[in-house]
Design a protein around this ligand. Structure first.
Ligand code: SF4
Ligand code: SF4
Length: 351
Protein backbone atom coordinates (compact mmCIF):
# COMPACT_ATOMS: atom_id res chain seq x y z
CA UNK A 1 0.00 0.00 0.00
CA UNK A 2 1.54 3.35 -0.97
CA UNK A 3 1.65 6.46 1.23
CA UNK A 4 -1.40 8.05 -0.45
CA UNK A 5 -3.68 5.06 0.07
CA UNK A 6 -2.36 4.76 3.65
CA UNK A 7 -3.42 8.35 4.21
CA UNK A 8 -6.85 7.80 2.72
CA UNK A 9 -7.38 4.63 4.79
CA UNK A 10 -6.28 6.54 7.91
CA UNK A 11 -8.67 9.38 7.22
CA UNK A 12 -11.54 6.99 6.59
CA UNK A 13 -10.82 5.29 9.93
CA UNK A 14 -10.83 8.73 11.58
CA UNK A 15 -14.23 9.62 10.12
CA UNK A 16 -15.73 6.19 10.78
CA UNK A 17 -14.64 6.55 14.41
CA UNK A 18 -16.12 10.06 14.46
CA UNK A 19 -19.42 8.72 13.14
CA UNK A 20 -19.52 6.20 16.01
CA UNK A 21 -19.07 9.01 18.52
CA UNK A 22 -22.16 10.76 17.19
CA UNK A 23 -25.19 9.26 18.94
CA UNK A 24 -27.73 7.64 16.71
CA UNK A 25 -30.44 10.18 16.19
CA UNK A 26 -33.80 9.41 14.73
CA UNK A 27 -34.59 12.22 12.30
CA UNK A 28 -38.24 11.41 12.60
CA UNK A 29 -38.67 11.71 16.31
CA UNK A 30 -42.23 12.64 15.58
CA UNK A 31 -43.29 11.77 19.08
CA UNK A 32 -41.06 14.60 20.33
CA UNK A 33 -42.68 17.18 18.09
CA UNK A 34 -45.65 19.24 19.05
CA UNK A 35 -48.88 17.43 18.17
CA UNK A 36 -49.93 20.11 15.71
CA UNK A 37 -46.95 19.41 13.38
CA UNK A 38 -48.21 16.97 10.73
CA UNK A 39 -45.90 13.96 10.23
CA UNK A 40 -46.29 14.41 6.45
CA UNK A 41 -44.61 17.83 6.82
CA UNK A 42 -41.71 16.22 8.65
CA UNK A 43 -41.42 13.68 5.82
CA UNK A 44 -41.37 16.48 3.23
CA UNK A 45 -38.67 18.34 5.15
CA UNK A 46 -36.63 15.20 5.48
CA UNK A 47 -36.89 14.69 1.74
CA UNK A 48 -35.51 18.21 1.34
CA UNK A 49 -32.56 17.19 3.56
CA UNK A 50 -33.52 19.04 6.73
CA UNK A 51 -31.99 17.44 9.83
CA UNK A 52 -34.49 17.95 12.61
CA UNK A 53 -33.13 18.80 16.04
CA UNK A 54 -35.41 18.38 19.04
CA UNK A 55 -38.91 19.83 18.76
CA UNK A 56 -38.40 22.93 16.63
CA UNK A 57 -34.83 23.29 15.35
CA UNK A 58 -33.07 22.07 12.25
CA UNK A 59 -29.77 22.06 10.38
CA UNK A 60 -29.51 21.86 6.61
CA UNK A 61 -26.39 21.54 4.52
CA UNK A 62 -25.74 24.82 2.79
CA UNK A 63 -24.89 24.54 -0.89
CA UNK A 64 -21.69 26.43 -0.10
CA UNK A 65 -20.51 23.82 2.38
CA UNK A 66 -20.52 21.36 -0.51
CA UNK A 67 -18.87 23.86 -2.87
CA UNK A 68 -16.14 24.63 -0.33
CA UNK A 69 -15.39 20.97 0.39
CA UNK A 70 -15.56 19.68 -3.16
CA UNK A 71 -14.95 22.55 -5.58
CA UNK A 72 -12.80 24.95 -3.54
CA UNK A 73 -15.40 27.71 -3.81
CA UNK A 74 -16.75 29.92 -1.04
CA UNK A 75 -19.98 31.74 -0.28
CA UNK A 76 -20.28 35.49 -0.59
CA UNK A 77 -20.12 35.90 3.18
CA UNK A 78 -16.64 34.42 3.13
CA UNK A 79 -15.76 36.86 0.38
CA UNK A 80 -17.31 39.88 2.12
CA UNK A 81 -16.80 39.15 5.83
CA UNK A 82 -14.17 36.41 6.07
CA UNK A 83 -16.25 33.65 7.67
CA UNK A 84 -15.24 30.21 6.34
CA UNK A 85 -17.97 28.42 4.41
CA UNK A 86 -16.70 24.92 5.22
CA UNK A 87 -16.78 25.68 8.96
CA UNK A 88 -20.28 27.13 8.95
CA UNK A 89 -23.47 25.56 10.32
CA UNK A 90 -26.74 26.69 8.75
CA UNK A 91 -29.47 26.22 11.35
CA UNK A 92 -32.75 27.52 12.74
CA UNK A 93 -34.33 27.29 16.18
CA UNK A 94 -37.80 27.91 14.71
CA UNK A 95 -38.26 25.49 11.85
CA UNK A 96 -42.07 25.50 11.78
CA UNK A 97 -42.75 29.01 13.00
CA UNK A 98 -42.70 32.43 11.40
CA UNK A 99 -44.54 35.74 11.59
CA UNK A 100 -44.58 36.05 7.80
CA UNK A 101 -45.22 33.95 4.71
CA UNK A 102 -42.97 35.66 2.19
CA UNK A 103 -43.68 34.62 -1.36
CA UNK A 104 -39.96 34.23 -2.08
CA UNK A 105 -39.20 32.09 0.99
CA UNK A 106 -37.65 28.67 0.38
CA UNK A 107 -39.20 27.19 3.53
CA UNK A 108 -42.32 25.02 3.64
CA UNK A 109 -45.22 27.22 4.67
CA UNK A 110 -48.65 26.44 6.00
CA UNK A 111 -50.78 25.14 3.07
CA UNK A 112 -47.76 24.56 0.80
CA UNK A 113 -48.14 20.98 -0.42
CA UNK A 114 -51.67 21.24 1.03
CA UNK A 115 -50.24 20.63 4.52
CA UNK A 116 -51.81 22.86 7.18
CA UNK A 117 -50.50 23.86 10.59
CA UNK A 118 -50.54 27.01 12.70
CA UNK A 119 -47.16 28.74 12.31
CA UNK A 120 -47.93 31.10 15.18
CA UNK A 121 -48.94 28.41 17.66
CA UNK A 122 -45.57 28.25 19.39
CA UNK A 123 -44.21 25.12 21.05
CA UNK A 124 -42.71 24.66 24.50
CA UNK A 125 -39.14 25.59 23.67
CA UNK A 126 -36.11 23.32 23.99
CA UNK A 127 -33.22 24.74 26.05
CA UNK A 128 -30.35 26.34 24.09
CA UNK A 129 -27.80 23.71 25.19
CA UNK A 130 -29.81 20.90 23.61
CA UNK A 131 -30.43 22.94 20.44
CA UNK A 132 -26.68 23.46 20.10
CA UNK A 133 -25.78 19.87 20.96
CA UNK A 134 -28.29 18.54 18.41
CA UNK A 135 -27.10 21.04 15.78
CA UNK A 136 -23.47 20.02 16.22
CA UNK A 137 -24.43 16.37 15.94
CA UNK A 138 -26.47 17.04 12.81
CA UNK A 139 -23.55 18.88 11.23
CA UNK A 140 -21.26 15.91 11.95
CA UNK A 141 -23.77 13.59 10.29
CA UNK A 142 -23.80 15.86 7.25
CA UNK A 143 -19.99 15.89 7.14
CA UNK A 144 -19.71 12.12 7.52
CA UNK A 145 -21.40 11.86 4.10
CA UNK A 146 -18.29 13.36 2.50
CA UNK A 147 -15.74 10.82 3.68
CA UNK A 148 -16.17 8.71 0.55
CA UNK A 149 -16.46 11.63 -1.87
CA UNK A 150 -13.66 11.24 -4.43
CA UNK A 151 -13.11 14.99 -4.81
CA UNK A 152 -13.32 16.08 -1.19
CA UNK A 153 -10.59 18.37 0.15
CA UNK A 154 -9.41 16.39 3.19
CA UNK A 155 -7.77 19.32 4.91
CA UNK A 156 -11.01 21.30 4.73
CA UNK A 157 -13.08 18.31 5.79
CA UNK A 158 -10.90 17.94 8.88
CA UNK A 159 -11.32 21.65 9.63
CA UNK A 160 -15.05 21.40 8.98
CA UNK A 161 -15.37 18.86 11.81
CA UNK A 162 -14.65 21.84 14.10
CA UNK A 163 -17.24 24.40 12.92
CA UNK A 164 -16.62 27.98 13.97
CA UNK A 165 -19.50 29.92 12.52
CA UNK A 166 -23.26 29.59 12.71
CA UNK A 167 -25.83 31.23 10.44
CA UNK A 168 -29.05 31.36 12.50
CA UNK A 169 -31.11 31.84 9.43
CA UNK A 170 -32.22 28.68 7.73
CA UNK A 171 -36.00 29.10 7.93
CA UNK A 172 -38.61 30.58 10.23
CA UNK A 173 -38.26 33.64 12.44
CA UNK A 174 -35.48 32.93 14.96
CA UNK A 175 -36.49 35.68 17.38
CA UNK A 176 -39.70 33.75 18.06
CA UNK A 177 -37.43 31.37 19.98
CA UNK A 178 -37.66 32.89 23.42
CA UNK A 179 -34.09 31.84 24.38
CA UNK A 180 -32.48 33.39 21.31
CA UNK A 181 -30.12 35.60 23.37
CA UNK A 182 -28.97 32.61 25.42
CA UNK A 183 -28.55 30.55 22.26
CA UNK A 184 -26.22 33.22 20.86
CA UNK A 185 -24.39 33.34 24.19
CA UNK A 186 -23.91 29.57 24.25
CA UNK A 187 -22.54 29.62 20.70
CA UNK A 188 -20.15 32.42 21.64
CA UNK A 189 -19.00 30.44 24.69
CA UNK A 190 -17.99 27.74 22.22
CA UNK A 191 -16.00 30.34 20.22
CA UNK A 192 -18.46 30.53 17.33
CA UNK A 193 -19.21 33.67 15.40
CA UNK A 194 -22.96 34.14 14.92
CA UNK A 195 -24.98 35.76 12.14
CA UNK A 196 -28.60 36.25 13.18
CA UNK A 197 -31.13 36.87 10.38
CA UNK A 198 -34.49 38.28 11.49
CA UNK A 199 -37.50 39.69 9.68
CA UNK A 200 -37.65 42.44 12.30
CA UNK A 201 -41.29 41.97 13.25
CA UNK A 202 -40.51 41.40 16.93
CA UNK A 203 -38.72 44.59 18.05
CA UNK A 204 -39.39 43.85 21.74
CA UNK A 205 -37.41 40.61 21.47
CA UNK A 206 -34.56 42.30 19.62
CA UNK A 207 -34.40 45.26 22.00
CA UNK A 208 -34.10 42.94 25.01
CA UNK A 209 -31.65 40.47 23.45
CA UNK A 210 -29.42 39.29 26.30
CA UNK A 211 -26.44 38.95 23.95
CA UNK A 212 -25.90 40.50 20.54
CA UNK A 213 -24.89 38.32 17.61
CA UNK A 214 -21.60 38.89 15.84
CA UNK A 215 -23.61 40.41 12.99
CA UNK A 216 -27.32 41.19 12.86
CA UNK A 217 -29.36 40.98 9.67
CA UNK A 218 -32.78 42.56 9.29
CA UNK A 219 -34.77 41.70 6.17
CA UNK A 220 -36.35 44.65 4.39
CA UNK A 221 -38.12 43.25 1.36
CA UNK A 222 -40.70 45.95 0.66
CA UNK A 223 -40.48 49.71 0.22
CA UNK A 224 -43.93 50.37 1.72
CA UNK A 225 -46.78 48.70 3.57
CA UNK A 226 -48.75 47.81 0.46
CA UNK A 227 -45.90 45.84 -1.10
CA UNK A 228 -45.07 44.37 2.31
CA UNK A 229 -48.60 42.97 2.64
CA UNK A 230 -48.42 41.51 -0.86
CA UNK A 231 -44.88 40.08 -0.81
CA UNK A 232 -44.11 39.35 2.85
CA UNK A 233 -47.65 38.35 3.83
CA UNK A 234 -47.47 39.09 7.59
CA UNK A 235 -49.43 36.78 9.87
CA UNK A 236 -50.06 39.39 12.57
CA UNK A 237 -51.43 42.92 12.63
CA UNK A 238 -48.92 45.72 12.99
CA UNK A 239 -46.01 43.83 11.42
CA UNK A 240 -45.04 46.66 9.06
CA UNK A 241 -45.04 49.13 11.94
CA UNK A 242 -43.01 46.67 14.05
CA UNK A 243 -40.46 46.35 11.26
CA UNK A 244 -40.22 50.15 11.20
CA UNK A 245 -39.58 50.12 14.95
CA UNK A 246 -36.83 47.53 14.50
CA UNK A 247 -35.18 49.64 11.81
CA UNK A 248 -35.16 52.51 14.30
CA UNK A 249 -33.47 50.24 16.86
CA UNK A 250 -30.58 49.19 14.67
CA UNK A 251 -28.42 52.13 15.68
CA UNK A 252 -28.47 50.92 19.29
CA UNK A 253 -26.63 47.69 18.41
CA UNK A 254 -22.87 47.56 18.85
CA UNK A 255 -22.45 44.74 16.35
CA UNK A 256 -22.39 45.42 12.59
CA UNK A 257 -25.91 45.45 11.17
CA UNK A 258 -27.15 44.54 7.72
CA UNK A 259 -30.36 45.52 5.97
CA UNK A 260 -30.97 42.60 3.61
CA UNK A 261 -33.24 43.08 0.61
CA UNK A 262 -34.40 39.97 -1.22
CA UNK A 263 -35.52 41.31 -4.58
CA UNK A 264 -38.12 39.68 -6.81
CA UNK A 265 -38.51 40.80 -10.40
CA UNK A 266 -41.76 42.70 -10.90
CA UNK A 267 -42.72 42.59 -7.21
CA UNK A 268 -40.48 44.68 -4.94
CA UNK A 269 -37.73 46.25 -7.06
CA UNK A 270 -39.32 49.68 -7.60
CA UNK A 271 -39.71 52.66 -5.26
CA UNK A 272 -35.99 53.00 -4.55
CA UNK A 273 -36.69 56.39 -2.97
CA UNK A 274 -38.94 54.73 -0.36
CA UNK A 275 -36.31 52.07 0.34
CA UNK A 276 -33.73 54.81 0.78
CA UNK A 277 -35.88 56.60 3.39
CA UNK A 278 -36.11 53.35 5.38
CA UNK A 279 -32.35 52.85 5.09
CA UNK A 280 -31.89 56.41 6.33
CA UNK A 281 -33.91 55.53 9.40
CA UNK A 282 -31.98 52.32 10.10
CA UNK A 283 -28.46 53.56 9.26
CA UNK A 284 -27.18 49.99 8.95
CA UNK A 285 -23.49 49.18 8.62
CA UNK A 286 -24.29 47.39 5.37
CA UNK A 287 -27.01 46.84 2.83
CA UNK A 288 -27.11 43.56 0.96
CA UNK A 289 -29.24 43.67 -2.19
CA UNK A 290 -29.84 40.08 -3.22
CA UNK A 291 -31.83 38.31 -5.91
CA UNK A 292 -34.66 35.97 -5.11
CA UNK A 293 -33.54 32.43 -5.92
CA UNK A 294 -36.00 30.01 -7.42
CA UNK A 295 -35.33 27.18 -4.97
CA UNK A 296 -36.99 25.11 -2.26
CA UNK A 297 -40.68 25.53 -1.63
CA UNK A 298 -40.72 29.01 -3.23
CA UNK A 299 -41.09 27.12 -6.52
CA UNK A 300 -44.68 26.50 -5.50
CA UNK A 301 -45.40 30.25 -5.26
CA UNK A 302 -43.24 32.05 -7.82
CA UNK A 303 -42.17 31.30 -11.35
CA UNK A 304 -38.57 31.02 -12.53
CA UNK A 305 -38.95 34.33 -14.38
CA UNK A 306 -39.28 36.15 -11.05
CA UNK A 307 -35.57 35.57 -10.39
CA UNK A 308 -33.63 38.73 -11.32
CA UNK A 309 -30.32 38.63 -13.17
CA UNK A 310 -27.26 39.91 -11.35
CA UNK A 311 -27.16 43.02 -13.52
CA UNK A 312 -30.69 43.94 -12.38
CA UNK A 313 -29.56 43.66 -8.75
CA UNK A 314 -26.46 45.69 -9.52
CA UNK A 315 -28.53 48.43 -11.19
CA UNK A 316 -30.90 48.49 -8.22
CA UNK A 317 -27.89 48.78 -5.87
CA UNK A 318 -26.43 51.66 -7.86
CA UNK A 319 -29.74 53.55 -7.71
CA UNK A 320 -29.93 52.89 -3.97
CA UNK A 321 -26.34 54.09 -3.54
CA UNK A 322 -27.17 57.32 -5.34
CA UNK A 323 -30.11 57.97 -3.02
CA UNK A 324 -28.55 56.90 0.29
CA UNK A 325 -24.93 57.94 -0.01
CA UNK A 326 -23.85 54.33 0.59
CA UNK A 327 -21.17 52.99 -1.75
CA UNK A 328 -21.14 49.76 -3.68
CA UNK A 329 -18.31 47.90 -1.90
CA UNK A 330 -18.37 44.46 -3.43
CA UNK A 331 -20.50 41.99 -5.35
CA UNK A 332 -20.84 38.25 -5.86
CA UNK A 333 -22.43 37.60 -9.27
CA UNK A 334 -22.73 33.84 -8.65
CA UNK A 335 -25.06 34.61 -5.71
CA UNK A 336 -26.54 37.70 -7.38
CA UNK A 337 -25.77 39.90 -4.38
CA UNK A 338 -24.29 43.39 -4.05
CA UNK A 339 -22.83 44.83 -0.86
CA UNK A 340 -23.19 48.51 0.02
CA UNK A 341 -21.78 50.40 2.96
CA UNK A 342 -20.48 53.74 4.18
CA UNK A 343 -17.33 51.93 5.35
CA UNK A 344 -14.32 51.81 3.06
CA UNK A 345 -14.23 48.02 3.43
CA UNK A 346 -16.23 45.43 5.38
CA UNK A 347 -15.30 44.32 8.91
CA UNK A 348 -13.85 40.84 8.55
CA UNK A 349 -14.25 38.11 11.16
CA UNK A 350 -11.56 35.53 11.65
CA UNK A 351 -13.60 32.47 12.48
S1 SF4 B 1 -22.67 31.94 5.76
FE1 SF4 B 1 -24.60 31.33 4.79
S2 SF4 B 1 -24.09 30.97 2.63
FE2 SF4 B 1 -22.16 30.97 3.79
S3 SF4 B 1 -21.78 28.82 4.27
FE3 SF4 B 1 -22.87 29.71 6.02
S4 SF4 B 1 -25.03 29.28 5.63
FE4 SF4 B 1 -23.92 29.00 3.69
S1 SF4 C 1 -39.54 35.97 7.21
FE1 SF4 C 1 -37.93 34.64 6.47
S2 SF4 C 1 -38.52 32.57 7.14
FE2 SF4 C 1 -40.34 33.87 7.37
S3 SF4 C 1 -41.46 33.58 5.46
FE3 SF4 C 1 -40.14 35.38 5.18
S4 SF4 C 1 -38.23 34.60 4.27
FE4 SF4 C 1 -39.37 32.87 5.13
Amino acid sequence: MNRLSNNIAGRRRFYNALALLVPKYDLLEVNKLEKQIPPVLVQALKKHKYHLVGKHSAVKRCKWLYEALVNNRACYKQKFYGIRSHQCIQMTPSLFYCTQQCLFCWRAQNTDLKIAWDEMNLPSWDPPESVIRGSLEAQQRILSGYKDHPKVDWRKLREASTPKHVAISLTGEPTLYEHIGELIHEFHKRKFTTFLVSNGTLPARLSTLSEEPTQLYISLCAPNKQVFQQVCRPQAHGSWENLGETLGLLGSFRCPSVVRMTLVRGLNMDNVDEYSRLVERAQPTYIEAKAYMHIGFSNLRLSFERMPEHKEIYNFAVRLAEQTGYKVLDEAPESRVVLLSRLQKPVRFSS
